[in-house]
Design a binder for this molecule. Structure first.
Ligand code: PLP
Length: 449
């Protein structure tokens, strides 16, 4: 039957062969093991039954160059041929020096130092510890700064630190008793759900800045370490950029009380939003930022924390050492992979492609879906787009959670259309909203978009 004529039910019923039922892997679901990926071709993935899809989300916004980039493969092998591991707690290495220099250069000198690790969650934990250490370095009087202010509808990682920071209700729910008590919360910046009828952008920003200010006052401004946010909210809300002027206003409140601004660019960074860092579109520079996903493009597990001059100088003039470290920090093969991924992005001018293809994606999404009765909102930046589904466009009421709309759309995409859509159910102000996220590769062709 031609693909267009297949009904929703028949698509959902057409199971593509899954992994073995008795797999030894502790998969995400032990009830429905996942399909097994056996090979890839540029931006396409092939499963064990021969079925192929376009990886239109780069996994979870990771594989920004697709698979089989010859330059990256060669760089990794060259590094392995030199040496595959050394203890970065005690020794440096040229490839780590080069990668960090590349990262700092990408901020045009706004940031001072880079610290390399393996995952976005680790990067968030490191950022929390770094913020805390900053205040212990600058003055014994600042020792009271132990509180963080994060946002609802956010995701910052799966470790206890990262999850404590996250406002992702579903991912937190099982572990509430284990999470850190020193993380406080303010509203997300979400124009679609948060702006009142008739409210201007300036008024909305002022409202959110006022809320943050009041939160500082409530906790005690002298106890706040940092405000933490994703410049473009990824998994928790489905790709929600902030409104104009939001981050300037938030930074203003942080500055007023001497607190740090931590930006989580694990998903939005390294070109995904159209500039190397999403904060470069906001007119602010963070004190600390995290990076992961597009940094190594999936060729190796790698993440980074960047600190600005204020934080680096405090460390240099204080104890001189970040009180943190783990076995695989600065792994040389991961550094080689990430350095080459970043060089490819820069030398092949892929940010121009991200902008161009992003404009095309935006116009196609709006053209084909604006009029759809169940599409409430389409938003995004660069090659990072989210579609939010509603049962009623006027009231913005979501579908009942039992419908599993986001997962259904994901299944239709995967099995019916041969594309991957990253599904999510965010909770904001008690409203559970279904969304899917699109994050195609920076190398995408117009046809693929
Ligand atoms: N921060 C953000 C914004 C993320 O999107 C994620 C992962 O999706 C993380 C942190 C955690 O990164 P990781 O899964 O690499 O630990």
């Amino acid at each position: 039957m031609p693909r267009q004529q297949r009904t929703l039910a028949s698509i959902a019923a057409t199971a593509i062969s899954t992994g073995e039922q008795d797999s030894a892997v502790l998969h995400r679901s032990l009830k429905t093991p996942p399909m097994l990926v056996v090979s890839a071709r540029e931006r396409h993935l092939t499963f064990s039954d021969g079925h192929e899809i376009l990886d239109s989300t780069c996994g979870a916004a990771v594989a920004c160059l697709g698979s089989h980039n010859e330059r990256v493969k060669k760089a990794m092998i060259e590094q392995i041929d030199k040496f595959s591991y050394c203890n970065s707690m005690f020794f440096g290495h040229p490839i780590g020096e080069q990668l960090c220099a590349e990262l700092i250069q990408g901020t045009e000198g706004a940031m001072a130092k880079a610290y390399i690790m393996c995952s976005g969650s680790e990067a968030m934990d490191s950022a929390m510890k770094m913020a805390r250490q900053y205040f212990t370095e600058i003055s014994p009087q600042e020792n009271k700064r132990i509180n963080f202010i994060a946002r609802e509808g956010s995701y910052h990682g799966t470790t206890i630190g990262g999850l404590s920071m996250s406002g992702h209700v579903a991912r937190r729910s099982l572990f509430l008793d284990m999470l850190l008590p020193n993380v406080h919360r303010v509203s997300a910046c979400n124009a679609y759900r948060g702006m009142k009828k008739g409210q201007t952008t300036e008024q909305y920003v002022a409202q959110l800045a006022d809320e943050l200010d009041r939160k500082f006052q409530e906790i005690g401004p002298e106890t706040v370490c940092a405000f933490v946010a994703e410049p473009v909210v990824g998994a928790a809300l489905g790709c929600v950029p902030s409104v104009e002027g939001y981050f300037k206003a938030m930074k203003g409140v942080c500055d007023k009380y001497g607190a740090l601004l931590i930006l989580d660019e694990v998903m939005s960074g390294m070109g995904r939003s159209g500039t190397l860092h999403a904060w470069q579109q906001e007119g602010v520079v963070p004190d600390i930022q995290t990076l992961a996903k597009g940094l190594g493009g999936g060729y190796a597990p790698i993440a980074a924390m960047l600190i600005n001059h204020r934080v680096a100088d405090a460390l240099k003039n204080g104890t001189g050492a970040f009180s943190h470290g783990h076995t695989y920090q600065g792994h040389p093969v991961s550094c080689a992979a990430a350095l080459e991924v970043q060089r490819v992005i820069r030398e092949d001018d892929l940010l121009t492609n991200v902008k161009k293809r992003g404009e095309l994606l935006s116009s196609l999404l709006h053209k084909h879906l604006d009029g759809h009765p169940y599409v409430g909102n389409i938003r995004g930046r660069g090659l990072f787009w989210g579609i939010e589904f509603v049962a009623d466009k006027q009231t913005k009421d979501p579908f009942p959670p039992s419908f599993g709309v986001a997962n259904l759309v994901h299944t239709i995409g995967l099995k019916g259309q041969g594309i991957s859509l990253y599904p999510g159910t965010g909770t904001l102000d008690g409203v559970k909203g279904d969304h899917v996220l699109l994050a195609p590769a920076y190398t995408s062709t117009a046809e693929e978009i």
